[in-house]
Design a protein around this ligand. Structure first.
Ligand SMILES: *Cc1c(COP(=O)(O)O)cnc(C)c1O
Length: 228
């Protein structure tokens, strides 16, 4: 399949899942994750109508954002983020999906510009994965604390929750847990109702559980080159 065919195939898969869920596909935003791929691929996707792109590594993201500054792209930072890189990521990212701890929220604060952000949940129980631990004991309290901090931090606009389904888990169940977390966040921040879940292998389940933002890589881009 060509790039255009893969994009079309994912778009129709999204429309099918939305229909199955009784949802309007217009309420679902697809971010194409282009990590490890060259800027030329982003440009090609742009000519096919894609405007939202996701990256997970700061150096690479910044290089691409600079090389493509002639295009009107919304850049979504979806990877783990070190606090010392936070200000640099803010400089080009329109949306940050991976706010997962107080120190990072503090490092992202700004008095002159606002960036949209998601609070990332860790459903895996593995602390090396990004995200505020939500699956275990104390998860709700940790999420509430971080949510309260983010909504009071200048320069951050909380839009919702983000998660990656754990490898071994049933994605539908994982995304049902995200929905519970989303309701908890929306009680504190009523406008933060977005849900960033769903990747190449599980976007259907994500849509059935309310995803508003999908982060899709390989199903559209093809296999990723080895990271350089
Ligand atoms: C790479 C990545 C994706 C896309 O993964 P695919 O399986 O290629 O669709 C989505 N979210 C995050 C956080 C990623 O790092």
């Amino acid at each position: 399949m060509t790039l255009a065919e893969r994009l079309e195939s994912v778009r129709s898969g999204i429309a099918d899942a939305a229909r199955e869920a009784g949802r309007d596909p217009a309420g679902i935003r697809t971010i194409v994750v282009t990590k490890f791929h060259p800027a030329a691929l982003v440009r090609e996707l742009y000519t096919l109508g894609v405007r939202d792109f996701g990256e997970s590594r700061h150096q690479e993201a910044r290089t691409k954002a600079e090389a493509l500054s002639d295009l009107s792209i919304a850049w979504h930072f979806v990877g783990q983020l070190q606090s010392k890189k936070a200000r640099q990521v803010r400089a080009y990212a329109n949306v940050i999906h991976s706010v997962d701890r107080a120190s990072l929220a503090m490092a992202l604060q700004s008095s002159d510009a606002t960036v949209d952000c998601f609070v990332q949940l860790n459903l895996s129980g593995d602390p090396r994965r990004g995200g505020v631990p939500f699956a275990g004991p104390g998860g709700e309290a940790s999420l509430e604390r971080l949510t309260e901090l983010v909504v009071t931090t200048p320069g951050l606009r909380l839009v919702g929750v983000m998660a990656v389904a754990p490898l071994e888990a049933d994605p539908r169940r994982a995304f049902a847990t995200v929905r519970v977390a989303s309701e908890l966040v929306a009680r504190i921040a009523p406008s933060a109702t977005s849900i960033s879940t769903g990747m190449s292998g599980d976007y259907r389940e994500a849509i059935l559980e309310g995803a508003t933002h999908l982060r899709i890589g390989s199903a559209i881009t093809g296999n990723r080159p080895t990271p350089g």
